[in-house]
Design a protein around this ligand. Structure first.
Ligand SMILES: Nc1ncnc2c1ncn2[C@@H]1O[C@H](COP(=O)(O)OP(=O)(O)O)[C@@H](O)[C@H]1O
Ligand SMILES: [Mg+2]
Length: 249
């Protein structure tokens, strides 16, 4: 059934970058209140998938079902209004603007009272931003910028949150700080799609895992099988041809 309500369901998604198909008709489901991990080596097509779901790059083919509506092909702003928010790769904040202004820009369509409430809510998740609201976002540490980036996505009260590379480039202490926040976000009912290079972190947080390699899904199942049989992941990260080249096969 392709129109299951309450689930974000991606069907047969094909993404073309430049002239090359880089995502070959994948299926994914993201359930409310849970973390779903999307793993896989560099170049597997994870970011292209996120850009396709969020409407930043139009999918060449496929459907993005949300509550029985196909939002595929809508503008990214519209998709955001439908309740799918994205934390893009590389904690992209508006560096010249203050933290508060970053949140105001993200919550552009909200009334000022709704925006203030939303800002209060994100400050409960990230109290360390409270004293930095009037600082230029570009002056914050990478970890704090990632908190601003997550907050920007949360300001619009999304039902689904797509996080592209949660921990990339961040110190381990910051990553440990973010883990309980991701749990809390999911516990509040939001369906989280977590793209994460640090496999132990992703497996620890998620109820369901997709592994992508070379534009296709090579594993679709619970994290426990991947914990029990690490070779499944190794095969995705180091395909046989590469394993032979480095003497692993
Ligand atoms: N703007 C682009 N133009 C052309 N090719 C791209 C572009 N962005 C990504 N690609 C290619 O698409 C493939 C998938 O990349 P990406 O979706 O970024 O993978 P991942 O996020 O898993 O590392 C790679 O081969 C990459 O080189
Ligand atoms: Mg990527």
């Amino acid at each position: 059934m392709s129109t299951t309500s309450g689930i974000l369901k991606i069907d047969n998604l094909v993404m073309v970058r430049g002239t090359k198909a880089v995502v070959h008709g994948i299926k994914l489901e993201v359930k409310p209140g849970m973390v779903t991990a999307l793993m896989g080596p560099n170049g597997a097509g994870k970011t292209s998938t996120v850009l396709g779901i969020s409407g930043v790059v139009e999918p060449a083919f496929g459907d993005v079902w949300l509550d029985g509506h196909n939002v595929k092909g809508l503008e990214s702003d519209e998709i955001r209004r439908h309740g799918i928010a994205t934390v893009p790769e590389g904690h992209q904040v508006l560096r010249e603007l203050t933290v508060r202004e970053n949140l105001q820009v993200a919550g552009g369509g909200l009334s000022s009272s709704a925006l203030n409430q939303a800002i209060e809510r994100v400050l409960e998740l990230f109290p360390e931003l409270k004293t930095r609201l009037n600082q230029a976002a570009g002056d914050l540490s990478g970890g704090q910028q990632q908190m601003v980036s997550i907050s920007q996505a949360l300001v619009v009260s999304p039902r689904y949150l797509l996080i592209d590379e949660l921990s990339f480039g961040l110190a381990p202490s910051i990553v440990s700080r973010l883990v309980p926040v991701i749990r809390e976000i999911a516990a509040s009912g939001i369906g989280v799609l977590l793209i994460e290079q640090f496999t132990q972190l992703a497996l620890g947080l998620s109820s369901h895992v997709y592994v992508m390699s070379r534009g296709s899904v090579s594993y679709d199942g619970g994290p426990e099988n991947l914990k029990a049989d690490p070779d499944i992941l190794h095969r995705a990260y180091f395909p046989i041809s590469d394993r032979e080249a480095v003497g692993l096969a």
